[in-house]
Design a protein around this ligand. Structure first.
Ligand code: CTP
Ligand code: CA
Length: 223
């Protein structure tokens, strides 16, 4: 558990965050992954610590450095993230900002796969990774507040509502990441907070400002 950096409404609270992508090896030099800089998760960790929370930050290989002052657990794969998350429980709240790779290669090669001159690669067999958020939501160790993210390119609210129900979490932070928004890889975000009570669309603002808004709402919910 990270040290609290400040006194505030979240003093004494332990918050678990996942952030960044996961990398699933194909062979020792290649992997599959989702796009994720880790910027929004890192900003949220900072905002939560600013309100007094102790943060455990489980992160895949992100582009931005992890937040200073958090207890940082670095992982590569979804299965490692899964293990690190359960090892970090209990927590008062858990926020799943990571872009977890949905599939991994069944038998990743322990040697570099070589081109064979055929112009083709032998088909890769994939299997689904554990759904970390859904498992935490259903576990006996479930934190009182469980928050997921949903990055979508279309039918944002319908997809996010389905995820809220399917995963058994309390909130879904939904955002439209279709290429024309420039949100993926950018410094701004526009999120809609979905709860059982309905949808609350925040205006587009910096990722730091989104983080502050979310942290304030989390503090309110844990009061
Ligand atoms: N998540 C997770 N473990 C996974 C997949 C997703 O913890 N194996 C979490 C993400 O961190 C996010 C939420 O679940 O908070 C939604 O992720 P998303 O990829 O949008 O949902 P999926 O159920 O994987 O649906 P799809 O990718 O098909 O849209
Ligand atoms: Ca997914």
């Amino acid at each position: 558990v990270g040290e609290a950096l400040a006194e505030g409404p979240l003093s004494g609270k332990h918050i678990l965050l996942t952030s960044g992508p996961t990398h699933e090896p194909i062979d020792p030099v290649r992997y599959i992954a989702n796009r994720s800089s880790g910027a929004q998760g890192t900003a949220l960790a900072r905002a939560l610590m600013g309100l007094g929370a102790s943060v455990t930050f489980v992160t895949g290989p992100a582009l931005v450095p992890p937040p200073a002052g958090a207890s940082v657990v670095k992982v590569e794969t979804a299965r490692q993230m899964h293990e690190a998350v359960f090892a970090a429980l209990p927590a008062d709240a858990a926020v799943f900002a990571a872009a977890v790779a949905d599939w991994r290669v069944v038998d990743a090669s322990d040697k570099k796969i070589k081109k064979d001159g055929s112009g083709r690669i032998a088909p890769l067999e994939f299997t689904e990774n554990p759904d970390i958020l859904a498992e935490v939501s259903k576990s006996p160790q479930r934190p009182g507040l469980v928050i997921g993210f949903a990055a979508e390119t279309n039918d944002l609210i319908a997809h996010a509502e389905a995820k809220l129900k399917r995963k058994g979490c309390d909130w879904i932070i939904a955002n439209d990441v279709s290429p024309e928004t420039g949100i993926m890889g950018g410094s701004e975000n526009a999120v809609t907070i979905l709860t059982a009570a309905g949808a609350d669309a925040l205006p587009r603002m910096s990722k730091d400002q989104v983080a502050q808004q979310l942290a304030a709402r989390i503090a309110e919910a844990l009061r």
